[in-house]
Ligand binder design. Sequence first.
Ligand SMILES: Nc1nc2c(ncn2[C@@H]2O[C@H](COP(=O)(O)OP(=O)(O)OP(=O)(O)O)[C@@H](O)[C@H]2O)c(=O)[nH]1
Ligand SMILES: [Mg+2]
Length: 450
Amino acid sequence: MFSSDDTIVAIATPAGRGGIGVVRLSGPRATEIVATAITRREALLPRHATLTRMRLNHTRSTRAGDQAIVTWFPAPHSYTGEHVVEISAHGSPVVLSGILNSLVAAGARLARPGEFTFRAFLNARIDLAQAEAVADLIDAATPLQAQMAFDQLEGTLSSRIERLDGALLDLIARLEASLDFPDEGFHFIEPVEVIGRIGEVLAELNEVLSHEARGRLIREGAMVVIAGRVNAGKSSLFNALIGQERAIVTEVPGTTRDLVTETIDLDGLAITLVDTAGERETQDAVEREGVSRALRARDAADLMLIVIDSGEELTEEDRRLLEQSSSAARLVVASKSDREPKWEMEGALRLSTVKKAGLDQLRRAMVSSLTGAEGLKDPAAISNLRHVLLLKEARATLTGVCAAMREHGAPEEFVLADLHRARASLAEVVGVGSSEETLDYIFNHFCIGK
Ligand SMILES: Nc1nc2c(ncn2[C@@H]2O[C@H](COP(=O)(O)OP(=O)(O)OP(=O)(O)O)[C@@H](O)[C@H]2O)c(=O)[nH]1
Ligand SMILES: [Mg+2]
């Protein structure tokens, strides 16, 4: 996918203005290329922050255009494992692209998204699960997501995979020894012991996989859709939950006509909150489209907040919505609780955005409904669907071979083939034997400069 013998360059800080901006190079010619753009004559010292002036190619002269701190991280002790040079300049888009252009003019190639991290992976500085953790850490929207990504970057998952793989490898070695010396009639390992050892690996796999739901919920977050008939107070609730007047609120029924989306941190959980158009029969084409979008959002929701005005008698639409959502994950919100209640319902959460009452209770109910009894307190050992699927594949293989051995004493060759297959599934988690498509997919989701 990428060639890796050239020197790549990218702006590593986000687009826009900032106190500083960083341009990063990686590759065999990194120092040589940087030398053409700095005014300092002496060679850079390894891992020393050096103050120098930089020539930007937009100045069309040999005059310097900015001051920068330049640091060289010699191979192999750098992020990518290659020579890396980081240039911290003033965080102006004009200055940074000037630096970038002069480095490209001197022979560097613009890096593709994720290419620095891809090189770190190729050079075995990190494995694939750790590379994915880098992307997750950058994308983290809540402290809990960030902590979980960092743990994975530190190798918590990778070392567990390594232990499991070690146990399988040991078993394979003993079985192969038995096969290699069949005449001696000596068994290095008895079938019951093989089953026992595989059982231990399965127990550990089950333990890791038991965190799946929580881990994926933390990593992926959840979509919570606010539904209800027109004027029920949905947008008021949406605004109260996100803490700003984002959606338009008026006394006119049918105010909201599109999906309004905002992400909030609820107890460490990244919640995508969606406000929708109110339910009602309407001739208005725009509103009709809004209502049908609301319907689709409801179908995709992890949790629905069904908002019903407690100051009005239940209407046909309220009842229909309650019935339609009865088998889905939902919370019923009795809104406008500052008004005289016109109905009661068990489990309905009374709430008033005017009086700011009942919001905390709703937040707690949302979290417990999404997370179940276990709660969310700690990061989970596994959080990425790709890893989950591979571990389940390994588990299925090992469960199958155990059953075959118990039922009809499967021959050693057969057992060995399955152990190798289980190892291959584990190896793919850390990127050994991963297909080019998998790698492409993963690294294409990175930002440029990482
Ligand atoms: N008394 C009282 N009025 C409220 C409360 N919440 C919202 N309202 C009023 O109810 C009306 C409708 O509020 P919205 O939040 O726009 O309702 P909605 O469900 O988004 O309405 P549509 O977008 O038209 O479907 C507005 O006049 C709000 O001021 C509340 O807690 N108490
Ligand atoms: Mg609204």
